[in-house]
Unconditional design. Sequence first.
Lengths: 286, 329
Amino acid sequence: MPDRTSATAAPAASPEALLEVTGLCRSFGDVRAVDDVSFVLPPGGSLGIVGESGSGKTTTARIIVGLERADSGTVRVRGQAHNGTGRGRAARLARARRVQMVFQDPYLSLDPRAPVRAVLAETLKLHFPGTDHDARIHELLDQVGLGARAADARPRELSGGQRQRVAIARALAVRPEVLVLDEAVAALDVSVQAQILNLLADIREETAVGYLFITHDLGVVRCVTDDVIVMRSGRIVEAGRTGEVLGRPAHPYTRLLSASVPRPGWDPRAIGAARRALAEEDAAAS
Amino acid sequence: MTTLDIRGLRLRLPHTARPVLDGVDLAVGPRETVALVGESGSGKTLTSRTVLRLLPEGAVAEGTVEVAGQDVLTMTAKELRDLRTRTAAMVFQDPRAAINPLRRIGDFLTESVVLNKVLTSAAAEARAVELLEAVGLTSAALRRYPSQVSGGMLQRVMIAGSLMGDPKLLLADEPTTALDVTTQAEVVSLLGDMRERFGTALLFVTHDLGLAAAISDRVSVMYAGRIVESGPAAELFAHPRHPYTKALLDSTPDPDAPPGRLTAIEGQPPDLREELSGCPFAPRCVLATAVCTEQAPQAAPAPGNPAHTAACHHSDRLGTRLEGETVDA
């Protein structure tokens, strides 16, 4: 069997890691939402985190961007501590310049009253005050495939796909090293989703930004990530190269996830049985 | 008799330049599963809601929508109530939005059939217990509130509720979209069991092509309020005869395929505020020619397969020119 744990066994402060997460834990009451999660994202790499609701994938992402605090564990960006210390404004801004996030719902993540230009200008003013941003705004819109006309549009005048392009432009505005995408294409129709996935692939090629791609969709993971970790109940159950993990899943839960994707010849009864068997195993183990 | 037979359904809404549903033909037979596939705004949800005459304010419908031989569009209020309690039922996408959170699950299940005097309250409770067991729950759920069960369990409750009046037709509007994939499999297998056990016809509305292929006998694909392609599921996915179906298939990320760029569909679906002439997909279509913008294509059968129809001037060119062609975003 190939070594599926290599992506999780994080060596101490490996210099070449872009993002390095070690021993992350977070509990809410009795629930261990994130339980000893470790992984490494290489520079310009793309790492997927897959799992179902309650697997801890979103909490992990929120800890990395600083929207949630870990009980223990470290997050390092290029070897520097990224979480824990420095809650002041300057420290928060510095962290935001390294890691940015794109949320699932572009209807909720954009201010309905702010034209696109103002959305981008606000971020740029906050991070790079006292400079002229017009050229950069133009460049960003161009980078995400929006015309100059979109600059004056308000979110309600834009389609879901266009809004998500704006959200991506806003995240790219500070030239982050890591982009955390939390179900960033889940709310889009497939034809639009394909446009955004292609756009993300282009941006990674051009800017060498690293992606942490949180998703429940194995097709999307296959399409945009190099490596993947599979989470269940807060823990990493399998990790490795995306093609390997999806092609020859080693853990029964990964096998179940893979079998659950509807395709011709799909057997929902067998999946139900496998799911219950796995739940019984868990019950027996605890 | 066909359980559901929609013919020439045209639906107009206020403040729109063209009908939101434009000549929809759709049939579902007893024990048959038909998937209605499309992206947001294609009219698939509106089509399924029209079957129960759950129409938006100001909507004007033309054509016929027959359920078990009766036209829904001309029913009296009493007939409509009967239709909704006994003949056809809907499983909505989000059980938390569709089930009253302040009432117990038992009340949700029995209310409609008791109020409409289909069953006595004792008989309704017995039926509720039977159906809860059929969907893998126990009678203990009767006393619970919706907030006390998981989303997957609540969706089973909704399925049980939809079967209370012993309907001939079940309409399921994205019933698994809000669920995790492994839960989705359970709910789908449950719908299949129910169909076998109670003989209901199922119209399954979904945006998920893989799911449609996996569960249905026949598939209809909608675009801009029209059915652009219909046919046996396996045949339609293996040999699509409409460029939109083909493009949808190509733009769906496949976990079994090698990684790489997807073939996206350029542009966006037409706006409802704009009038349409010709084929609604023409502006985004790689096969489009002058005839496509001038003349609306009519549904035509595939050579040697009358059950497989597509509304496209260029069906016969598909699969030859489209191969290897890339459309970028």
